[in-house]
Design a protein around this ligand. Structure first.
Ligand code: ARG
Ligand code: ZN
Length: 862
């Protein structure tokens, strides 16, 4: 089917309110694949059962039926309607067989069955299964699958699918087969198959009830040594889900396959997860510590989906956050338990502010449970995932871990084997955790980030009261907002003694409220939204010295981090607005110095807290974003903090540098702080900073130190920059994932020639839009570079739009994900806004846009 749109025929909008139960269900399906890269033949046998008086409609996308049979008889009595196969069937139960031919080799969308490297693999979520065979491709149709894979044995010695292997053997002509049976009914989006020349890291896990699960991680043979960390993470995840949620794995086999070409992170197909290599492969020489963390988090995420997603799936795609928000919350908990919970929370909130807050404040804002979409792929967003996780976290905060567990137990018990809704989850929580979530439900339906103003006042008798007011700015299609219940962990500190006076969970339910916090004789400091207990923008009326006090004394690490960030932001915003930075800059400089001098703080925390707010987050605080002024202010503050603590930075950069690599929390923290220190030394123009960076680069026995040195150098004019960039490419040119870093780091550079560099790199023989990781590294990296994108009279916008249009011909999903930076046009001054909009309009006028890109561009213009 041609899914390409034209302005004359815009894609149709799917609405949540239009949901209807399926007319036909398919309890059993058998699939037969005759696999080849150039041509694959798929025969499907569906046992269909009528639920309503309607024809059988089997979704299809780009499929041409070679043969159709009903109850064993060939039939011509079918029609195609917008790609779907429609059959009028007389009875209530039939066997429908279809045959189609596919061309995996030419599938550049990477949805359905496609070739990656020498492999054949599938991606079906959300609607890729209809590119493989005719089927009711919707998550509320659950089927038992039998899958037979046939392929050339030399080229594809390994044949994998969901469930258990029930048969295999050789055929004539050098071919062989494997048969897989998955006993758990599942929606089509969880189907997977892989064929290729793969090597296995094998291990096993014994579940709490004593069953042994065979674990396999499959990669190209040369990558096998780099799968140890992923395997370790998998076993830790399995144990964690048993301990924390009481969830055990349910099949005898759990396989993971890593592929080079993948549209996102990974996919939770039942018993056969398929991963982007980036979230599997790691060794110290090629992966940074944050890559290691990413692998642990994504391996856990996909594994946790086995319950939150597979055993209990989604009724329709409007419920996507039911599985994604909950599963992100679960993987965040896992990562927190694995390392430092405080640092992990800081990282999660930074990610939320970097991706979700701008989304919620812009043209693509949508509720955690959206009301409509044109292309569901566009809704795998930070709102569905990260804000969705914050909603679950608020419920957890409101009821506490024990009652939350009772709620989740009830949810899994009630809905096991079903396709459920967000409402089902909320009801299970209400009953299981004994809480009334009537008002809380609004969080699911309302887009936009609430702003909470907080002010403390003293009442006559020494009681301190907290005045709160909430409001949510309008978002597209939602001009008027209601108050939502906002849980605010709050504490008061006595300024004289530094002692904490009171801590409580304040629940702001109405538009305004005043809450008594307790009696306090002297001056107090207000610590609020501790631990980021609610995903809001806090506007607290706190003086610089109050923030400085909290930066030094708050005993909640997150709140302490926030206080330091608050000082930095105040200084930066003042600097941009008036060229002056008041007392906040001095206070920020002192706060960082005090943390560097405090032996009680661990390095990872100090590194996080010493990091300046990103340019885009600074921009979010302003009425009109001025990228250059923001950049200059940030460099100015960075240089000040650098110069003020030169000796400490040097010492932190050197500390432990000669010790061999170790993957321990202490060593990781030290490396993190080393990278931050190096950046401060370069900003301070310390005389030997560039040489020091090159020295770190050259002597590093691990990617974290090597890459932090390269990142620090890439924005500089020093000769060491070229030396390091060239050496990095020579050393790592053969490793695609590391080469992505090389492209990405240059795309993120603050140098004034970055656009030129990126244009040149887009013509590099190693650059290709066909590989999503590579495209994201260079084009996505450039789109995220506030300085370079908005520089130079619109040339950056034009380049970005050109690349998006080119990529759209190949891979609409990945192209559409590059649009949001241009969609922020309203936030900029007139000239920039007009130039950005002009590119959006040009894209929208381009004939033959994909549905994915059309929707993102269309919504971004409005
Ligand atoms: N369910 C997968 C995960 O979160 C991601 C699937 C993304 N699909 C898409 N069309 N973008 O683990
Ligand atoms: Zn997920």
């Amino acid at each position: 089917m041609d899914t390409r749109t034209s302005p004359a025929a815009p894609p149709k909008t799917i609405r949540r309110e239009d949901y209807r139960q399926p007319d036909w269900i398919v309890p059993d399906v058998a699939l037969d694949f005759d696999l080849g890269a150039e041509r694959t033949v798929v025969r499907a046998r569906l046992e269909v059962r009528r639920q309503a008086p309607a024809p059988l409609v089997l979704d299809g996308d780009g499929l041409v039926p070679v043969a159709v049979r009903v109850d064993g008889q060939a039939t011509e009595a079918w029609r195609l309607d917008g790609g779907a196969l429609v059959l009028d069937l007389p009875g209530d139960a039939h066997v429908v067989e279809t045959e189609v031919a596919l061309s995996p080799q030419t599938n550049t969308q990477l949805m359905g069955l496609y070739a990656s490297g020498g492999l054949l693999c599938t991606q079906c979520e959300a609607e890729g299964f209809r590119r493989i065979t005719f089927f009711p491709d919707r998550p509320d149709v659950l089927s038992r699958y039998r899958v037979r894979l046939v392929a050339d044995k030399a080229r594809y010695p390994v044949l994998l699918s969901n469930g258990d292997l029930v048969g295999s053997g050789d055929l004539d002509d050098g071919r062989h087969f494997a048969e897989w049976h998955d006993p758990f009914p599942k929606p089509s989006y969880l189907f997977a198959a892989v064929a290729g020349d793969l090597a296995e890291r094998r291990d096993s896990f014994t579940t709490a009830s004593g069953r042994t699960v065979q674990l396999g991680i499959w990669t190209r043979a040369e990558d096998r040594p780099r799968t140890a960390h992923a395997m370790e993470s998998l076993k830790l995840s399995m144990a964690w889900d048993e301990r924390v949620y009481g969830r055990e794995y349910d099949l005898g086999i759990f396989n993971i396959v890593a592929v080079n070409d993948f549209n996102f992170g990974a996919m939770e197909n039942k018993g056969l997860n398929i991963f982007n290599t980036r979230y599997i492969l790691a060794d110290p020489d090629e992966a940074t510590d944050s890559d290691y963390d990413g692998i642990a988090a994504v391996v856990a995420h996909e594994y946790f989906h086995n319950w939150s997603g597979n055993r209990v799936t989604c009724r329709d795609w409007f419920q996507l956050s039911l599985k994604e928000g909950f599963t992100v919350f679960r993987d965040q908990g896992f990562s927190a338990d694995l390392g430092s919970p405080a640092v992990r929370r800081i990282e999660d909130v930074r990610a939320l502010r970097a991706t979700q807050f701008p989304e919620d404040a812009g043209p693509l804002a949508h509720p955690v449970r959206p009301e409509s979409y044109m292309e569901i792929s566009n809704f795998y967003t930070a709102t569905i995932y990260n804000k969705g996780a914050e909603l679950i976290r608020m419920i957890h905060t409101l009821v506490g871990p024990g009652r939350f567990r009772q709620g989740s137990d009830l949810y899994f018990e009630r809905h096991d084997g079903e396709a459920a809704t967000c409402e089902d989850f909320v009801v299970a929580m209400e009953v299981g955790a004994q809480v009334d979530l009537t008002a809380f439900r609004r969080w699911y339906g309302q887009a936009g980030t609430p702003r909470v103003e907080a002010r403390i006042a003293r009442v006559e008798d020494g009681t301190v009261s907290l005045a709160l007011r909430q409001s949510t700015p309008p978002t597209p299609g939602q001009p008027d907002k209601s108050p939502v219940p906002i849980p605010l962990r709050t504490a008061l500190f006595d300024r004289a003694s530094g002692a904490r006076l009171a801590e409580q969970l304040v629940l702001l339910e109405d538009a305004e409220a005043t809450v008594a916090l307790g009696r306090a004789p002297g001056d107090v400091a207000l610590s609020i939204n501790r631990g980021f207990s609610a995903p809001i923008v806090l506007v607290a009326d706190r003086a610089t010295d109050e923030l400085a006090f909290l930066a030094a004394h708050d005993d909640d690490p997150f709140a302490r981090y926030e206080a330091v960030q608050g000082l930095m932001l105040e200084a930066l915003v003042d600097r941009v607005a008036s060229g002056d930075a008041g007392g906040a800059a001095d206070a920020a400089v002192d706060a960082v110095g005090a943390m560097l001098a405090d032996p009680a703080l661990d390095d990872a925390f100090v590194a996080e807290a010493a990091l300046l707010p990103s340019e885009s987050f600074i921009g979010d605080q302003m009425l009109v974003v001025e990228p250059l002024a923001i950049h200059d202010a940030r460099e100015w503050l960075r240089a000040r903090i650098g110069r003020a603590h030169l000796a400490a930075w040097r010492e932190r950069q050197e500390r432990g540098a000669n010790q061999p690599f170790a993957y321990t929390p202490e060593a990781k923290g030290r490396r993190r702080l080393r990278g931050v220190a190096l950046a401060y030394l370069l900003a301070a123009r310390d005389t030997d900073a560039a040489a020091r960076a090159l020295d770190q680069f050259q002597r590093a026995d691990n990617m974290t130190d090597r890459f932090s040195a390269l990142s620090a150098l890439v924005g500089s004019d020093a000769a060491e920059r070229e030396t390091a960039l060239d050496a990095f490419r020579v050393r790592h040119g053969g490793s695609p994932l590391v080469l992505d870093k090389w492209f990405g780091v240059q795309a993120g550079s603050s140098r004034s020639d970055t656009l030129e560099t990126v244009v040149r790199l887009s013509r590099d023989p190693d650059f290709t839009l066909a590989n999503p990781n590579r495209a994201r590294a260079l084009i996505g990296g450039f789109g995220a570079n506030q300085l370079a994108l908005h520089d130079d009279g619109g040339a950056g916008y034009r380049f970005l739009a050109d690349q998006i249009l080119q990529l759209d011909r190949l891979n609409p999903q990945t192209a559409a994900r590059l649009v949001p930076p241009l969609g922020r046009w309203r936030r900029f001054g007139e000239a920039r806004a007009a130039a950005m909009r002009a590119q959006l309009e040009r894209m929208l006028r381009t004939p033959g846009l994909s549905r994915d890109l059309y929707e993102q561009v269309f919504r971004s213009i409005d």
